[in-house]
Design a protein around this ligand. Structure first.
Ligand SMILES: [Zn+2]
Length: 467
């Protein structure tokens, strides 16, 4: 029922092996289906990835770690802050290795097993490598992951524990891809790179099928873009649902990139047909750091055909969106996918998205995998610890600026939240720095703020105005 068709010349090929380009013209191939037969196909079994097996190329050996069937959360609190009603997060962090790439791994590794492969190679920015190495581990296959210089440390940790061989090659994933293609040719290993295996698109389109079953068709569907493959896959999913008569409307696709790496967005803005490349692209959202997006033209067409938009957001906007999604909705998204919400905020503010519109943001992976976020949070923890100490000393100074006091009195006034020994420790340090002095009276030791102490207290007040 499934076959491969050339996106340029229309040549057709049998769709069992992971062939990526047309034998006649060299353009990318994609899977197509006999629509009449697809119309009679059914979703099978519980809400999970393989429920849609009849809408993907045929598989004999089904491999699974429990992927797909991910929740779609209505973001009530966060939506309210931007005056929206219907914002949803498709939470792909809930997959077995905490990213949407587990869908790809399930289908690709099933295909590799069907075809009798023992080794798999891929080029990866991280999530795909983590997914493929986990699924390879389950099946006892060998996994070789080619990664660029900068990879999120959590993703590397996953590849290591699943026992993949990691080869560092190139500055960014584009170079790793060339290497993976070369190695596959030399060794005859199964090609697991998303950009080099059209099955990946078929796996990812199930995200559209699931959202359709969860809330129908939203007005807007927001996806961050590295190679552009994910946006294209979601669009392909909705188009198929339309062709087989399950839906009669399509979402407007919003493609989001980081300002420092926006070849597809720049093409959209300049009305160019192909991605506009930059010599040295950069962003801290490593999962979408791709120089030359393989699915760029297809993603661009999808955005235009859907009457959607391509938007870029700064790294700063991305990280603040990540914090907001976590604080308001309890979802820890990786920076690349938090970019979707950053874009939504922008479009709502510009009046492009209507407050009653239904919006889905695709949260592709977990923030726990991301180096920058973890480092920033650890730093924050350290400052928080210092901040707490300062605030206790500040409180003591404030109490003493009203009236001299003895230790027990201070302890009571501070709400008995710490040991008395800790209070005396603070008082010791304060007097060492000349901020308080002590004297004996009524058989007790009284503490008194010094001139210097009062000065420091005023400085605190000034600082507070600044912060
Ligand atoms: Zn062709």
């Amino acid at each position: 029922m499934a076959f491969l068709e050339c996106s340029a010349c229309g040549s057709k090929f049998k769709g069992s092996s992971p062939q990526r380009v047309c034998g006649n013209c060299g353009c990318p191939l994609e899977f197509k289906y006999d629509i009449e037969r697809l119309k009679t196909a059914k979703f099978i079994g519980r809400f999970s990835f393989w429920r849609y097996k009849h809408f993907m190329p045929r598989v004999k050996n089904f491999v699974s770690l429990g992927e797909g069937g991910t929740p779609l959360h209505k973001a009530k609190r966060l939506a309210k802050t931007v005056g929206m009603r219907d914002v949803y997060f498709k939470d792909e962090t809930r997959n077995p290795t905490n990213s949407f790439r587990d869908r790809c791994a399930a289908l690709l590794i099933s295909n590799a097993v069907d075809l009798g492969y023992k080794s798999v190679i891929c080029a990866t920015n991280g999530n795909l490598g983590a997914s493929l190495s986990a699924y390879c581990a389950k099946l006892g296959l060998f996994c070789h992951a080619v990664v660029p210089k900068n990879v999120d440390v959590g993703k590397l940790a996953q590849m290591l524990i699943y026992d993949a061989v990691i080869e560092e090659y190139g500055e960014i994933v584009d170079e790793s891809l060339e290497r993976a293609e070369e190695v596959a040719k030399e060794t005859g290993w199964y090609q697991g790179s998303v950009e080099l295996n059209p099955l990946a698109i078929e796996a990812l389109k199930t995200i559209a099928y699931e959202v359709f079953e969860q809330i129908g068709v939203p007005e807007w569907f927001t996806v961050s873009m590295g190679s552009g493959g994910t946006l294209y896959a979601v669009w392909k999913g909705f188009k198929e649902l339309e062709k087989i008569g399950k839906i009669d409307a399509l979402p407007k696709m919003v493609g989001v990139q980081a300002e420092g790496c926006a070849p597809i967005v720049n093409a959209y803005i300049r009305n160019a047909e192909k991605p506009v490349l930059k010599a040295k692209p950069s962003t801290h959202a490593l999962a979408i750091l791709v120089k030359n997006p393989s699915y760029g033209s297809l993603a661009l067409n999808a955005i235009k055909e859907s009457k959607g938009l391509a938007v870029s957001v700064s790294d700063e906007e991305i990280f603040s969106a990540e914090r907001e999604i976590a604080r308001f909705e309890g979802i820890f998204a990786e920076p690349a996918s938090a970019a979707t919400y950053a874009a939504i905020k922008k479009l709502v503010n510009q009046g492009i998205i209507d407050e009653t519109d239904k919006i889905v943001c695709l949260i592709t992976g977990s923030g726990l995998k991301s180096t920058d976020v973890l480092q920033a949070l650890t730093k924050k923890r350290k400052t928080a610890a210092v901040g707490l100490e300062l605030s206790t000393k500040e409180k003591i100074l404030r109490i003493l600026s009203e009236k001299d006091a003895y230790g027990y009195e201070l302890w009571k006034k501070l709400g008995k939240t710490m040991t008395r020994a800790a209070i005396y420790q603070h008082l010791n340090e304060l007097s060492k720095n000349g901020l308080v002095t002590s004297y004996e009276g009524e058989g007790r030791k009284f503490f008194k703020i010094t001139k210097r102490g009062e000065k420091v207290l005023r400085a605190f007040d000034d600082l507070k105005l600044l912060l």
